[in-house]
Design a protein around this ligand. Structure first.
Ligand code: ATP
Ligand code: MG
Length: 503
């Protein structure tokens, strides 16, 4: 019989007068995987940071294994066996993998406490291989992909004596294979009695690995359901307070002329002879496994990475794109997948971030206008439903999904002809996803050509007019909306199947 590990009750928390949590509650049993769900900004990460001693609560009680705890510091939480894997990565970029894993807990030997590098290396390798990772523990973390960094965070958690493990959107940046490895680890931790709190916006995942789901809305507790006794519709309704009928509200419109033509695009070792076009009003989805070259294609089109061969034309005019500014001038905008590294300046305000690629719009004769900046940011915050106290709030203190909306907003404001979206709804809640889809429909109706890279197949199938599949830097499949299925996309994505012409 499972025993109760944790009970949080009546938790209150405000940040400078804004009530972020009000009477929030959560409980966890040993050997349980308990999902915490809610829209962006509902307070999930904040509640978990309170459990981890990162934020102090204003009110309420936290009971761990039958004893009330104040959890006033992160180390107090750690001593109780509470470990959190953060939504935004927390590794130190210039240290190695093993230095990060054992930071502050280095193995030592002898009376002078010399660091035992060999033992650290051996132990790091052990935890990494549990996750199916063949990373050298001596690698400097900043050389790893975001997904690999996330896996190192998980290895770090495994290396601690964990009884309660919080996973805050652990899979957002992982490949399918890494996700399977993580689920394996979760299953074995579950067997050994570890209780896990799992935060994710991916419904399918939650229904696969969780036992119970607790839903929060606007900082309050809504309810807890057993996964076996509920369904997605009920959970969505609890999260957003209304029903969302149509998860993918794709509107079909009459397509115009070609907006974007790409011919023979190549970059040594990365992209091989890529040719395709996107018409005005068309949404073209790009599917493929992680590492297939989709982000590289986006970066080449946007002038981030140089190309060796090939042409990119917008509105029938060949462009010469060497830098992002050339792409912006040609009418191309790119919403990047990695908002922390490339998308946003976290300490700066929402309004500054929105203005960045739009300096001409927010200036008068070359001088920045505060009024114009505010106008732009008010407009974008309103049309994208960005949840922030005002345009002056630093982007870094917004919830994850709201940060994503700021990234989209800043590029939308450039009025692009061609909009490239790389994983546009990663970390975004179901209501906000729908807002982003509605926005894509609206832009398509205005004649924008949209290229949407996504790893979520339901999204690709639901929102695209046409789907291109990439594998090892090549286009290995092309399907019309009618022809496309999960199976034929996966077949092309893994290199099987014949290239296919869309009808
Ligand atoms: N350090 C902070 N200072 C000010 N406000 C904050 C801070 N941290 C969080 N908030 C606010 O608290 C609210 C809840 O944020 P939180 O990060 O807990 O949401 P979340 O449920 O984890 O959302 P997401 O799904 O987007 O990650 C948001 O409105 C956010 O702007
Ligand atoms: Mg969060």
């Amino acid at each position: 019989m499972a025993t109760q590990l944790l009970e949080m009750k009546g938790i209150d928390k405000s940040f400078s007068d804004v009530k972020v949590l009000q009477q929030a509650q959560f409980s966890l049993d040993s050997g349980e995987v308990h999902a915490l769900m809610g829209e962006n900004g509902a307070g999930k990460s904040t509640l978990m940071k309170i459990l981890n001693g990162i934020y102090a609560r204003d009110g309420g009680t936290v009971n761990v294994k039958g004893a009330e705890q104040s959890l006033s510091t992160p180390s107090a939480a750690q001593q109780l066996g509470i470990v959190m894997i953060h939504q935004e990565l927390n590794l130190i970029p210039h240290l190695t993998v093993m230095e990060n894993i054992f930071l502050g807990r280095e193995f030592t030997y002898g009376p002078t406490k010399l660091i035992d590098w060999r033992k650290m290396k051996r132990e790091s390798t052990r935890f990494l291989s549990q996750l199916g990772l063949a990373i050298d523990p001596d690698t400097v973390v900043e050389e790893l992909s975001v997904g690999q960094q996330q896996m190192v965070e998980i290895a770090k958690a495994l290396s601690k004596n964990t009884e309660i493990l919080v996973l805050d959107e652990p899979t957002a940046a992982l490949t399918d294979r890494e996700i399977e490895a993580l689920f394996h680890v979760i299953a074995s931790l579950k067997k050994s009695g570890v209780g896990m709190i799992y935060i994710s916006h991916r419904m399918e995942e939650i229904f696969r690995i969780c036992d119970r789901i607790t839903v929060m809305r606007d900082g309050r507790y809504v309810g807890t359901e057993r996964v076996a006794e509920t369904d997605m519709d009920q959970i969505v309704k609890m999260m957003v307070g209304r029903e969302i009928k149509d998860r993918f509200p794709k509107v079909d419109i009459t397509l115009g002329e070609d907006k974007l033509n790409v011919a023979g695009l190549s970059r040594k070792g990365v992209l091989h002879d890529i040719s395709f076009s996107v018409r005005a009003g068309e949404i073209v989805g790009i599917a493929g496994l992680m590492g297939a070259g989709r982000t590289e294609l986006a970066k080449a089109l946007f002038g981030v990475d140089p190309i060796d061969r090939g042409t990119i034309s917008v509105n029938g005019k060949p462009t010469s794109i060497r830098k992002p500014i050339d792409a912006i001038r040609a009418g191309i905008a790119l919403v990047t997948e990695d908002r922390k590294d490339e998308g946003l300046l976290l300490p700066m305000s929402v309004s500054d971030n929105l203005s960045m690629p739009n300096l001409a719009t927010v200036s008068n004769l070359g001088i920045l206008s505060g009024a114009k900046e505010r106008e732009l940011s008010d407009k974008m915050m309103k049309s994208l439903f960005i949840k922030a106290s005002s345009g002056a709030q630093p982007v870094g203190s917004l919830s994850g999904g709201n940060q994503q909306k700021v990234v989209i907003g800043k590029w939308l404001a450039t009025n692009p002809q061609v909009l490239i979206l790389d994983e546009p709804t990663r970390g975004v809640d179901i209501g906000a996803k729908k807002e982003i889809y509605d926005l894509m429909n609206k832009l398509a109706a205005d004649g924008v050509a949209i290229l949407m890279i996504s790893s979520e197949l339901p999204e690709v199938l639901g929102m695209s007019d046409r789907i291109l599949v990439m594998h090892e830097g090549k286009i290995t499949g092309q399907f019309s909306k009618k022809e496309a299925t999960q199976e034929n996309i996966m077949m092309s994505a893994t290199g099987g199947g014949e290239p296919h012409a869309a009808s």
